[in-house]
Design a binder for this molecule. Sequence first.
Ligand code: BGC
Length: 764
Amino acid sequence: MKNKKLIIAGVFSLITIGTMNAQKKPHLDKTKPIEERISLLMKEMTLEEKVGQMNQYNGFWEVTGPAPKGGNAELKYKHLRDGWVGSMLTVRGVKEVRAVQKIAVEETRLGIPLIIGFDVIHGYKTLSPIPLAEAASWDLEAIKKSASIAADEASASGINWTFGPMVDISREARWGRVMEGSGEDPFLGSKIATARVKGFQGETRADLAKVNTIAACAKHFAAYGFAEAGKEYNTVDIGNATLYNTVLPPFKAANDAGVRTYMNSFNILNGIPATGSPFLQRDILKGKWKFDGFVITDWASIREMISHGFAKDGAEASEKAVKAGSDMDMESYLYVAELVKLVKEGKVKETLVDDAVRRILRVKFELGLFDDPYRYCDEKREKAIIGNKANNDGVLDMAKKSIVLLKNDKNLLPLKKSGQKIALIGALANDKNSPLGSWRIAADDNSAVSVLEGMQQYKDNQLTFEKGADLTIGKTSFVAELVFNTTDKSGFDAAKKAAANADVVVMVLGEVGFQSGEGRSRTNLDLPGVQQELLEEIYKVNPNIVLVLNNGRPLALPWAAEHIPAIVEAWHLGTQTGNAVAQVLYGDYNPSGKLPMSFPRNVGQCPIYYNHFNTGRPANVDKNVFWSHYTDVEKTPQFPFGFGLSYTTFDYKNLKINKTAFAKGEAVKVSVEVTNSGNYDGKEVVQLYIHDVAASLARPVKELKGFELIELKKGETKTVTLTLTDKELGFFDNDGNYLVESGTFKIMVGGSSDKGLESSFELE
Ligand code: BGC
């Protein structure tokens, strides 16, 4: 009874405080529409406070870019107390988040809560596979689920905004950040962008107010993935056809899915830094696409416009950035230093500042931060959610779905479960850190299940492990340059002995987790260190090798592709790596992944991608040298986009189109019969490609325009129907207009981009 009274009294006083707050601060009145609440609040704000909302600082201890000059903790605390900080990044954990939020809410004049950002790229603490690996699943539901697990954990840790998904299309295996994206194709990339945005934010804008969703951020706007020669942060110089048809579609898809923020990019695009580009941010994003959330800059990218030679000093850089539509400054320390002055001098209109602030506040209101600034700060939830069993089961499922079987000659896979002597070789097989991949700031080091641990679960075989050789010298980390041990082969003999005594050798080779990601461009796509030598030495004593690859980008492994009978692409699969790999190797899970990027034969083929244009001389018709090719290597990739095997086989027949000619706007129905003709139940990604034969702008030789992931029991047949509409049949011209043109369309349907059943239809 006494307790009840206390509760009633407590509730009553909360209501009273709430009403008092609402009376004192009308923007806290929940019954009012958000736009009105924003206006009420903005009326109270000084110019300084408005500019403060446009300023974001990193946590005082974690840095994901060059440490900013003059950025000391003391100054940041002062700015926080003065109400000059709108957001913080990389503060994490309920305790830490609560501490900074408390300053913003309880010590500043207006008590505007912070929005707390974090790079939740492939999971928070429980890690799912790197995004490129997830893309290989082509399983949109699984990808959405994976993002929702990440949102669940991050939100339980005080975070309410992720800097993801990265939707940069890239054809550059040399570029380290391909691990963060969905690969080379804008159609697949758009579908995945949608899935990830919804996974993070929920299905509708209203879902953002739930405590287990977080605001997403489509990055990096735009064209960062087209850095020349794959060199990090490099110049991008592409035509509008590529911009509109290849780069922008996933960003647009993210907007259609309701993404609440965008991050701009470090690169210059056709001479103009993205951060200072009104064309990208004002004309396209906020103009044509009517995006009403806000744009955060990339780390110090306003300041970097000085190095680009686009601004003479911080003031000019700030002026250009704000005019271009960059709403929030991440770590340049420039808006907070320059904007008030720029407005007072009349160089920047206050309406531009107002527009940015309104956008930022809108997202804060939508997240429910004004209703309860501590809603993400619940210790009990933090304890219950982070690393729980359901999340581990979820990322294991995603990890299995991400594995791609590249080669399986002699049916070496799946491995027999008993009576086998298996030699497991390679330092990566016993590595509990590397499988976590890059961008895993919140994960505990060495928290992955290693391949060795996964294989040890299968106890009826005799398993021996030898590392053969180390990959790196010293400890790897997110910020450190890697040093490779290229000489120490002292472990080779023991590895050879183990291999010679084994029925099957499983070799886990590739890149360490931190060899891809930001700042990790490479000019070689081979196996780093002495791994190639180790592979060839082992092959001499036992050629029954299953090569399990760990990598964050396509590798070029022509020798392995020719000699090694079984190759499994296992990327960096996150926390549950070892269990996923072992279950696939032993056939408890039949792999169904398909490559989201072409794997070249050698680095000289880069950039190589399936949806290229035809040259005037695509084939060697005249049997001479004057055709489009290389003289030293075939022009096709080693493993094409969309390629991936299964332990079973699939036959395609009876490709049909419901008519031969269509009017614009009509739906083209393409159907095909797929049969599981092998010995295992399995899954297949049925892919539909089109080619617009003649158009006012040349069209690529093939473009993915539909796919479906199907499951077939052994011996089962299914008819799959895929639909093409104007949305898939058109393209953008150089001015960004969408055109659907009459003419002949060829189609191809199959299980990979390089071959399938063909047909055609007319669009009238
Ligand atoms: C990266 C962004 C990231 C940001 C914050 C930058 O270096 O380019 O993708 O979100 O740092 O960590």
